[in-house]
Design a protein around this ligand. Sequence first.
Ligand code: KG4
Ligand code: ZN
Length: 340
Amino acid sequence: PLTSPLLAIETSCDDTACAILSPDGTILAERVLSQTGHAALGGVVPEIAARAHLSALPAVLDETLRAAGTKLDDIGAFAASTGPGLIGGLIVGSSLAKGIAMAQHKPFVAVNHIEAHALTARLPGLTPTQIGFPYLLLLVSGGHCQCVAVRGVGRYERLGGTIDDAAGEAFDKVAKLLGLGWPGGPALEKLAKEGDPRAVDLPRPLLGREGCDFSFSGLKTAVARQIAPYGQEALPRQVAADIAASFQRCVADIMADRAEHALAMLPDATCIVVAGGVAANGELRARLEAVAAAHHLPFVAPPLRLCTDNAVMVGWAALETLKARADKNLDAPDDIPIAP
Ligand code: KG4
Ligand code: ZN
């Protein structure tokens, strides 16, 4: 078993992150550097992201080591996200972690990024007692939107997911239509506070449909149709706020409905967990919490910094994996059956 700290790296999208965890999962240090250059470009540009990881990662790693009061020699194992994600960034982070591990003659653990999101809720100290299996995970971010049955470490079943856009992507695209900045989710939530969620009639794709798949592209088109008569430039603020509030209500209705259906597919769920950047949304959180309460289940939403991309989750997933799957080839866990 591991007796010294583990160092983890996350570079799958636009966050350059490092964390050091003790073998029991105590966070000794964590750093996230979010790339800001993409905002002006309206989204993450993979090539630019990869180059930014390459230039930022050594300093982020150094800072993290310093914050933990450790040297590379003190690290007992290394981990990195190896996918899914933007391949250029993944190669930067995992090559560095693997290279140091080789030089230090220490193990390297390749971590599936979605598995890392999925296991975060079990991080020690997050809940009074560590949550058990199985649980229902709703992973809702800019890149992912799926319901996952988490049955154990390395045991995941995708119950359903989006057939077009991810939830965060829908927030971002609608925010763009409304002339808000990127990322659009936070800006849209703010504007929605001034609007009436019943003002604009929007479709709720797949609502009530069997299973727990999602679809958001029709919703985005419907919003565009509401804006068209005015044109984005001339859109009155109140109309924009009403559209934002109605859109947010619509997504919350869809989420609650899909969560209900997912629970029916996992009747022995011990709790509902939400993760991903969209989990920051207050209305969404409240609705999912209500679904959990109606089923007498606890609702776990990790603190926001652990919901969005970070290296603590990668380190924790690596520790769980080291403990549970010691017999496996941890260098390339390509047998994990979860897809982006
Ligand atoms: O998990 P995350 O930081 O990055 C990945 O996509 O992996 O999620 C970012 C997404 C963006 O689409 C952003 O617009 C959305 O999460 N988001 C929100 C809110 N905060 C962030 N969506 C709705 N309401 C929010 N408050
Ligand atoms: Zn992610």
